[in-house]
Design a protein around this ligand. Structure first.
Ligand code: SAM
Length: 227
């Protein structure tokens, strides 16, 4: 468990300074659409109290401002990712804090919305993370998860695997200087897709209403669970 925690933290601390650039490049700029779409499906407003977990450089939190949300906090265990979020957005100063998703030191029943974009796959203990989310959310509060998944269509899957396993690690490795990090990404998506049943884990933590949406030929999923 600690192995995964240290490994993932090291990866994001190492690639942080190229993360935004590579994210937009390697997703052909669609990543911002995925975040906006997920927030739209969630239905945020000016009264929302949002904690963006695994916030990284803050793109979900930044998108949430477009929905009128002002009460926004960020949580991530990578110091370098958080530093970049702070540089990008002066309104987050003092509100994005270094913490692990599995043990959020936040008051029970105090948050209306949690978002996690491309983070759950990296958690060292997903069930503990979801338990922690359930505890800090208010009654009727929602967790919105955006995560990659493997496409179902066999032909698209072959193309996608080629891009994800050959092209992406090559470009990501050259630009970030950390080839291993960009090998971890596709491997973690495939492993996550095969082994993890998010709706079941969310139910185990006590969540009841669970909606599932897929985007862009099924390569991204949005799960919204209500307490
Ligand atoms: C792929 S990035 C996603 C960043 C951002 N949410 C986005 O949409 O671009 C994953 C982030 O999750 C963070 N992370 C992974 N496991 C974590 C954990 N157990 N606790 C806190 N942060 C974690 C990493 O440090 C990294 O910043």
């Amino acid at each position: 468990m600690n192995d995964k925690k240290n490994k993932v933290k090291k990866i994001f601390d190492s690639i942080a300074f190229r993360y935004d650039f590579l994210n937009h490049l390697l997703s052909f700029g669609i990543d911002n659409y995925w975040r906006l779409k997920a927030l739209k499906l969630t239905g945020l407003d000016k009264d929302s109290i949002l904690l963006d977990v695994a916030c990284g450089t803050g793109d979900v939190a930044i998108a949430a401002r477009k929905f009128g949300v002002r009460n926004i906090y960020g949580a991530d265990f990578s110091f370098n990712m958080l530093s970049l979020f702070n540089q990008k957005s002066n309104w987050i100063h003092g509100r994005c804090i270094q913490m692990v998703a599995e043990k959020l030191p936040v008051k029970s029943n105090s948050i209306t919305n949690i978002t996690v974009a491309f983070g759950v796959r990296n958690f060292y203990n997903i069930q503990e993370g979801f338990d922690s989310f359930f505890d800090i959310l208010k009654e009727k509060g929602k967790v919105t998860i955006i995560e990659f998944r493997m496409p179902i269509n066999i032909f698209f899957k072959i193309l996608y695997k080629f891009y994800f396993k050959k092209i992406l690690p090559l470009i990501g490795g050259i630009i970030s200087g950390d080839k291993a990090a960009y090998k971890y990404l596709p491997n973690s998506v495939e492993e996550f897709d095969e082994k993890i049943n998010m709706p079941e884990l969310l139910k185990n933590s006590g969540f009841e209403k669970i909606e599932k949406h897929t985007l862009t030929f099924g390569i991204v999923q949005v799960i919204i669970a209500t307490k």
